[in-house]
Design a protein around this ligand. Structure first.
Ligand SMILES: [Zn+2]
Length: 315
């Protein structure tokens, strides 16, 4: 049986953004969906966003932090962090819609309606359990890992991140958890926000030695990515995940206005295809792709479309 690739689309997740001239504008959803439609891929099924409940958010975030976002969102002004993530009216609802949509994709895959799903406005990997950071209010991947455990009894969730920035919100949120399989290829933190993700950061306590951070130098191209990616592939194969969450930020492509990596969209296509193969081998094909960062509109449209194409070809 051929199952579709689910792609999430709707004003609710499109609304997550911070307005002009912030790099995380609300136009990113539309730019991607135009490119995807033009690609005329077969086997795509569009699905609507869903809103997460406060109980869902608490699978990763503290109640104090959730309340703070809710209050600031209704006031409609100020900052959620030290100057990257402004409050815009309704940001609580938009951020809850992003999380809920990732959870909707989890449910659809766990109910075997599909094996792969993609959510363009998601993968908000900088949000910590108790604070916003780097354009990220709620950490949908962090919540999804908690949800897979509570709702479906899975333990070994893999989080794989090829955004130019280190996925610090996920990493530190699960730093001492040996069952949260973590692999992240990112621009060296000495040159880029958030400054973390050194190779020596492999987890703490019982999780020491279980996580994989691979910093690459500014200017790294597809060849350097491929050499890092081979290590990710071997690591995931050994780790035997039960579900794969893929953060495929497009800000690692050449020409992004706020980072310094030089991949082409082929990196994203190859990574997506590999993850499908590994998921087929270890976890009934279960992969969710989340868009993450990417501030050059042409790059994000192309990179994410190639991810969806790889998902559709691997079905
Ligand atoms: Zn990024």
């Amino acid at each position: 049986m051929t199952r579709p690739v689910l792609v999430y689309k709707g004003d609710e997740i499109a609304a997550y953004g911070f307005g002009d001239p912030h790099p995380f504008g609300t136009d990113r959803h539309h730019v991607f969906h135009e490119e995807l439609a033009a690609a005329e891929l077969e086997n795509i099924e569009y699905r609507h966003p869903r809103r997460a409940s406060v109980d869902d958010l608490m699978l990763f975030h503290t109640p104090e932090y959730i309340n703070r976002v809710s209050k600031l969102s209704s006031e409609g002004r100020g900052w959620l962090d030290e100057g990257d993530t402004p409050v815009v009216p309704g940001i609580f609802e938009a951020a809850s819609d992003v999380v809920g949509t990732t959870l909707a994709a989890v449910d659809a895959i766990m109910h075997e309606e599909a094996q792969r799903a993609f959510i363009p406005i998601a993968g908000l990997h900088h949000a910590a359990r108790d604070r916003a950071a780097g354009f990220c209010v709620f950490n949908d991947c962090g919540v999804a890992a908690g949800y897979l455990r509570k709702q479906y009894g899975l333990r070994r969730i893999a989080y794989v991140d090829i955004d130019a920035h280190h996925g610090d919100g996920v990493f530190y949120g699960f730093e001492d958890d040996p069952d949260l399989i973590f692999a992240d290829v990112h621009e060296d933190g000495r040159y880029l926000y958030p400054g973390t993700g050194a190779e020596s950061e492999t987890g703490t306590g019982r999780a020491r030695g279980t996580k994989l951070n691979i910093p690459v130098a500014p200017g790294a191209d597809d060849e350097q990515f491929r050499s890092a990616w081979r290590r990710v592939e071997a690591y995931l194969d050994r780790a035997q995940p039960e579900f794969i969450l893929f953060q495929c930020g497009a800000d690692s492509l050449e020409g992004d206005p706020i980072t310094h990596l030089c991949y082409s969209e082929q990196a994203h296509a190859d990574a997506a295809a590999t993850l499908c193969r590994l998921a087929d081998k270890h976890c009934a094909g279960r992969v969710i792709g989340t868009g993450g960062g990417g501030y050059n509109r042409r790059n994000l449209a192309r990179a994410w479309t190639r991810v969806v194409q790889a998902f559709s070809e691997a079905v």
